[in-house]
Design a protein around this ligand. Structure first.
Ligand code: ADP
Ligand code: MG
Length: 156
């Protein structure tokens, strides 16, 4: 896995790919998440998109660990998100099954997103990421199955 640390500090330009790489295990994807956590600040939002089982939660777990989250990082099940205590609180929102938030209460997100927290939002590959109220999206990560334990990852 080739990583350039400096790219994670650049502001995201929507649609502009900063890096493409491949991971070969869940551990490598977690490590990538940890690198991605570098330089994140309160109020930052990272979108993570990909099919079910692509490794979105795995990547978020690695980022959360790096940010000082010690509790288990798993998929939110009965809520759309979780808030983890950490030096800077970390929010983990899973909108994978929500087909656009248009009909949902926008306030649903307010508990998770905001200046107080760093937020990771899992997103279906077909969804429109231009959701009002998501806040300051600093990074977009796309993960795709590439056979076995291999995954293509694109960071923009
Ligand atoms: P998602 O949140 O995208 O639905 P998860 O992170 O919950 O996906 O699950 C990914 C599954 O794939 C886990 O069981 C993980 O161990 C496995 N896996 C195998 N190889 C990889 C890889 N290279 N990156 C991420 N996960 C992988
Ligand atoms: Mg998930």
């Amino acid at each position: 896995m080739v990583l350039r640390r400096d790219i994670f500090k650049l502001p995201a330009v929507p649609g502009k790919t900063l890096e493409r790489l491949e991971t070969h295990s869940a551990a490598e994807t977690e490590a990538l998440g940890a690198r991605l956590a570098l330089g994140l600040e309160p109020g930052d939002v990272v979108l993570v998109t990909g099919e079910l089982g692509a490794g979105k939660t795995t990547l978020v777990r690695g980022a959360c660990r790096k940010l000082g989250v010690t509790v288990p990082v798993t998929s939110p099940t009965f809520t759309i998100g979780q808030r983890y205590p950490a030096p800077v609180p970390v929010s983990h929102v899973d909108l994978f099954r929500i087909d656009g938030l248009a009909e949902e209460e926008p306030e649903l997100l307010a508990d998770y997103l905001g200046q107080h927290a760093i937020a990771f939002v899992e997103w279906p590959p077909t969804g429109s990421a231009e959701l009002a109220g998501l806040g300051r999206i600093v990074r977009r990560v796309r993960i795709e199955h590439a056979g076995g334990d291999h995954r293509h990852v694109e960071i923009a």
